[in-house]
Each structure stands twice: as structure tokens, then as C-alpha cells.
Ligand binder design. Structure first.
Ligand code: TPP
Ligand code: SF4
Ligand code: MG
Length: 352
């Protein structure tokens, strides 16, 4: 054979690695056991993509969840990460403890509308009030999917189950609740809007404090029919994005100017920027009263407004508010953590 034989150009190219030297495949997890077409699996893919694009090493992640089809999601990404599958509705307490002990991890919580807005509502409001540093994703399908499709507290009044049962109660708006309780990053999205979702997830991962993402995630088995307001068709037909989301990580130089009239540029605490191309000319995502008004407008007009509804990057998180130093408790020595005989004697003396 001649030495000038052309090189084999059909040789497969190595998949691209990120700054952590990992390919997107290395952010994968177990094979999903959810129904084919479930919105939750689409969200899993976007979480995986966002972690990869942010070059977050999987072992630096604490995956937290409760109970439900949605709460199984944490098994399907970053299988080299840490994980805790808590009791139904109790993920916030476990996540709070984990973050107090080891804030060097990025906590990603995945919950359902039942897990968060029904049984877990009491825990959820205190997580928001405390501003626990974590990404909190609600995979919202308006039903308890795992227990065969009963209405949850986020189901809209008037929506119907396949059996014909009508929901008479008003829905809890998780975004409005989060803004009211002081959450500093509040977004709404749809599992079918992948580009928007990845941008919002990256911003949430760079945010300090609780970042809430309320994502409509259709349950194809129990709540995807025409009289449901949590179906693929309804969400696709009604989605009105309020911005186009751009995310610029801290290590990338910002070279393009922006027009403050039509674009909003928000610097997050790690130096990343979230750039919002406004599709609603006057909307300011840093204005709390505008954000609450938008949620209300969305309810009254039955519109499905998506995007970054509210952001307050400078807000102090629970660790700062609690006066904890930057050293994680988990890496402190026993000598520093135990008070010792002298200190105990002094306490006992003071109690006499
Ligand atoms: C204490 C307790 N109460 C009730 C249940 C039964 N249960 C399991 S999952 C679930 C609801 C899940 O709904 P959601 O959080 O919306 O998740 P989805 O399955 O819809 O993703 C319920 C009521 C339970 N496991 N534990
Ligand atoms: S029952 Fe619904 S929520 Fe659960 S896996 Fe199936 S489609 Fe998804
Ligand atoms: Mg649900």
C-alpha cells in the first residue's frame, strides 16, 4: 500500500470535555424508570447539561429529594454526587442540615408539586424564609403522579382529571409564595422549553441562597389531556416568555455591549452575569412589587408567563445570617467542635 493513503476521516471524534475535563456523559446517572415521555426526564437532561456547561464536578453536588416520581430524578444524573432521598415533603429540613455542615457542596433539590406544595408546604416556607443556599426545582404536573394522579395543591381551579373530576380549589402559586417569603431567585419554566431552562438552571447554580425553579412538567399518564392546564399542549400553546435568557460565566469576558432599554444585565455574586433580553419592555426582574404583580396578572389572565421573575443577587443566605464562618463544619477537628471540660464547667456554673 502506498504511504500516501489518506487518513481515515471517519474515525469517531472524542466527545468535548468541559473545564473540569469531563464529558457530558460523565454527568449521567441511572437509567430512568419513569413513564416514557414524562416531563421529569426532559428536566433531568437539562440539569445534566447545565452541570456540564458549568463544569461542576459531580462529587461536589448534594442531590436532595423527597418522595414522588419527580423525587426519583436525583438518581438519574450525577451518579458520582452525594444524594439523600428524604421522607415525603421533608427534603428542606435535610437539605438545611446538609448545607449548614458542608456549604462547599452545591445542593440541587428536586421535588414535586405534591412534595412541595401539599405535604411539604410547612418545610418549604421555612427553607425560603431562611434562604438556604440551594437550587430547588419543582417538577410541577398538578397531580400526585406516583399515587395515580390525584390533584395537587398547584392544580388550577376548574381543571379536570381524565375521570371527569373537577378541581374546585384555587392553585398555590409557588413563585408568588417564594417572592413573598424573600427568595432571591425565582423562575418559572416549562420542560419543553429546553433553551430557556438550561439558562435558568445555570443562573440558579451560580446564585447564592435559595433559587426556586417552578417548572411545568407534564405527567403523560395522568394529566396530559385537553382539559388539563399542565399538559404539553396547553403549555406549548400558552407559554409567553418574558425574556430571552443569556448566561455568561465568571471566567468569560463580556465583550458585547448591551442596551439597557431592551436588555437587563445582572451580576451574580460569583461574578457570572445573567443577561435578560426583555420581551416585555418595562419588566424589571429586580423589582419585587413588579414581580408579585406579574404573578397576579398571570393568575387573573390565566397566562403562562415564563422566565426569571425575580432576582436579588446581593441577598444574604442562611449561613451568613447565622454567622457561620467560611470553614465547613464537616472539616473542623474534634478539638474545635467539642467544648471541652473547662467550657462545660463554666456553662454548668452559669446555670446554677
Ligand atoms: C407521609 C407520606 N404520605 C403519603 C405518601 C404517598 N405519596 C407518595 S408520593 C405522593 C405524591 C407525589 O406527588 P408529587 O410530589 O407531585 O410528585 P409526582 O409523582 O407528581 O412527580 C404521595 C401522596 C407517602 N409516601 N408518604
Ligand atoms: S406517573 Fe406521571 S409523573 Fe409519574 S413517571 Fe409517569 S408520567 Fe411521570
Ligand atoms: Mg406532581
Amino acid at each position: 500500500m502506498s504511504s500516501t493513503t489518506p487518513a481515515n476521516t471517519s474515525e469517531p471524534k472524542a466527545p468535548p470535555s468541559n473545564r473540569a475535563g469531563l464529558t457530558v456523559k460523565e454527568y449521567g446517572g441511572l437509567k430512568s424508570t419513569l413513564c416514557v415521555g414524562c416531563g421529569h426526564d426532559v428536566i433531568t437532561r437539562q440539569i445534566t447539561q447545565a452541570m456540564y456547561e458549568m463544569s461542576i464536578p459531580p462529587y461536589k453536588v448534594a442531590k436532595m429529594s423527597g418522595i414522588g416520581c419527580s423525587s426519583k430524578t436525583t438518581a438519574y444524573f450525577a451518579d458520582r454526587g452525594h444524594g439523600f432521598n428524604a421522607v415525603h415533603g421533608r427534603m428542606p429540613a435535610v437539605a438545611t442540615g446538609a448545607m449548614m455542615v458542608n456549604p462547599s457542596l452545591l445542593s440541587i433539590g428536586v421535588s414535586g408539586d405534591g412534595d412541595t406544595a401539599s405535604i411539604g408546604a410547612g418545610q418549604f416556607v421555612h427553607l425560603l424564609r431562611r434562604n438556604v443556599p440551594m437550587v430547588y426545582i419543582v417538577e410541577n404536573n398538578g397531580v400526585y403522579g406516583l399515587t395515580k394522579g390525584q390533584f395537587s395543591a398547584t392544580a388550577d381551579a376548574g381543571s379536570k382529571l381524565k375521570t371527569g373530576v373537577v378541581n374546585d380549589l384555587p392553585a398555590i402559586d409557588l413563585c408568588a409564595m417564594a417572592i413573598e417569603l424573600g427568595c432571591g431567585y425565582v423562575a418559572r419554566s416549562f420542560s419543553g422549553d429546553m433553551k430557556q431552562l438550561v439558562g435558568l438552571l445555570k443562573g440558579a447554580m451560580a446564585h447564592r441562597g435559595t433559587a426556586l425553579l417552578d417548572i411545568i412538567s407534564p405527567c403523560v399518564t395522568f394529566n396530559n389531556h385537553d382539559s388539563s392546564t399542565k399538559s404539553y399542549k396547553w403549555a406549548k400553546d400558552h407559554e409567553i416568555p418574558i425574556q430571552e435568557i443569556g448566561f455568561i460565566p465568571y471566567y468569560e469576558e463580556i465583550t458585547v455591549e448591551y442596551d439597557p432599554g431592551t436588555t437587563q444585565d445582572i451580576e451574580l455574586h460569583d461574578g457570572s452575569h445573567i443577561r435578560l433580553k426583555k420581551l416585555r419592555a418595562d419588566y424589571d426582574a429586580t423589582d419585587k412589587s413588579q414581580a408579585l404583580a406579574l404573578c397576579q396578572e398571570s393568575q387573573v389572565k390565566q397566562e403562562f408567563l415564563t422566565g426569571l421573575i425575580y432576582v436579588e443577587p446581593a441577598k444574604k443566605d442562611f449561613l451568613e445570617l447565622s454567622g457561620l464562618g467560611s470553614e465547613p463544619i464537616v472539616s473542623m477537628s474534634d478539638e474545635r467542635l467539642r467544648p471541652g471540660r473547662k467550657a462545660l464547667d463554666e456553662i454548668m456554673e452559669a446555670l446554677k
